[in-house]
Design a protein around this ligand. Structure first.
Ligand SMILES: [Zn+2]
Length: 447
């Protein structure tokens, strides 16, 4: 490149940190319809603040469709590079697990603590200030660079879906919402319920979300002595209380269920073994058990770029009806129709009906695609890491919202992943490195 970006990148470090501090202070957790805004007043404030920050940096800005999204742009030309990130955050969870207030960021040991520092306010701002450094260096963009600010990434993507309906769609892009180097394949993400009438008389409720392996479930029904005995024999961990039994598992994200222990599956296996049955219990025991790949239903469903199908029963509700809440991640070359068909037929054997909740199609760019090669080159030149290969992931980023898009950064592979966890924090040195990588990436992509 003809320009020396070093002084300009250096000059943006403090403003980047200050902007991140400002955004993290806004507790932008989804509060649907709150204050008359699509996803609540806090998310709206985060959106307006981000647009204001961009406006002050010299970008053109637009607040989109009553607060569903916003975007900000620089450069001229017909073609458009999209950079897609989000301003909403997941709830902080149990506050006693935090060493500091999640929404009052604190800098310690070279890290900034606070909800959203890794996911996704930090990476999004690093890419924004990266472009500011290019602007200050006098770089002329031959293509437009548009940042799209999503506001509903952690729930249902209604923001980006609305954007796609209403606005100009970038021809190519990246999403700074993952790890370096490049994520070129993301599995299909299918969330669904299996439902049927409850004729068993059993009342049971456990798990909290589609996409989390449940780490415990409480049972206060009949035959607890027998159940405890069976749990002992099976070697399943549990705790007895006066009124009931808590079966223990281990939490994990649904994209890597094999790293967790599904407490719902364990309870169902033990209940079934002492003769307590229902549609949902029998389905879990006979079709899934503790297999994170649900091989009985789908066979060996896997491919070379993205690995095996993953299957997680995240929640069970036995009340008026029986319901299972399931998250499954499909290999990039797998057919969704085939998976749905296999599941529908299998569930029907137990009197359960398939109800789709959400579907995000996979992405898969060939390794010689210009986005993969360009970003890999830039990453290798500026990170010093010449060995890490392009990645495939079970996670979902906005990369799959548009064509020719990949997830790119901002976490380095040696930085602990703290997103969605207590004490979320970003290593500032890495964030500044990410800004450098992003600036060169945007430069290359706008030639
Ligand atoms: Zn994110």
């Amino acid at each position: 490149m003809l320009y020396d970006l070093t002084p300009h990148l250096g000059a943006q470090q403090e403003p980047l940190k200050k902007a991140l501090d400002e955004l993290v202070r806004i507790p932008s957790v989804c509060d649907e319809g709150g204050g008359g805004y699509p996803f609540g007043a806090a998310i709206d404030q985060a959106l307006r603040t981000a647009l204001e920050i961009a406006g002050d940096l010299g970008f053109r800005t637009e607040y989109g469709d009553g607060g569903y999204y916003g975007f900000t742009e620089v450069g001229e030309g017909k073609e458009m590079l999209g950079i897609l990130g989000h301003l909403d955050v997941v709830p902080p969870g149990n506050l006693t697990d935090w060493k500091h207030d999640p929404f009052d960021p604190i800098e310690k040991d070279g890290m900034l603590y606070g909800r959203g520092t890794q996911d996704d306010k930090g990476p999004l701002l690093a890419s924004l200030f990266a472009v500011k450094a290019l602007m200050d260096a006098g770089v002329k963009f031959n293509k437009r660079v548009r940042f799209i600010f999503g506001t509903d990434e952690e729930t249902l993507w209604r923001c980006i879906k609305r954007y796609i309906e209403k606005e100009e769609i970038p021809g190519f892009g990246f999403s700074p919402d993952s790890r370096f180097p490049v994520t070129y394949a993301e599995k299909g993400l299918l969330q669904l319920r299996l439902e049927g009438s409850n004729e068993s008389g059993i009342q049971l409720s456990g798990g909290s979300a589609f996409n989390a392996v449940p780490d415990s479930i409480y049972y206060d029904g009949e035959r607890q002595d027998d159940l405890a005995d069976k749990l002992d024999r099976l070697g399943f961990e549990y705790e007895r209380y006066e009124e009931g039994i808590e079966v223990r598992g281990r939490a994990a994200h649904a994209m890597i269920p094999e790293e967790g222990i599904n407490a719902i599956a364990r309870l169902c296996i033990a209940l079934n073994a002492i003769g307590i049955q229902s549609k949902a219990i029998n389905f879990v025991v006979q079709e899934i058990g503790q297999d994170p790949n649900a091989t009985r239903i789908f066979g060996e469903c896997a491919d070379e770029p993205s690995g095996k199908l993953k299957f997680n029963v995240g929640k069970i509700e036995l009340g008026q009806a029986e319901q299972l809440f399931i998250d499954t991640r499909l290999p990039v070359t797998a057919s969704k129709e085939e998976v749905v068909k296999a599941l529908t037929i299998t569930a029907a054997k137990y009197g359960l009906e398939y109800k789709e909740f959400d579907w995000l199609g996979s992405i898969y760019l060939p390794l010689d695609h210009f986005m993969v090669t360009t970003l890999m080159n830039v990453y290798r030149q500026h990170s010093g890491d010449t060995v890490t290969e392009p990645q495939s992931s079970g996670g979902a980023t906005y990369a799959r919202a548009i064509q020719n898009c990949v997830a790119f950064g901002a976490l380095t592979f040696d930085e602990p992943l703290t997103e969605h966890q207590p004490n979320e924090r970003a290593v500032l040195r890495n964030l500044y490195k990410a800004m450098e990588i992003y600036s060169h990436a945007v430069y290359e992509l706008t030639r």
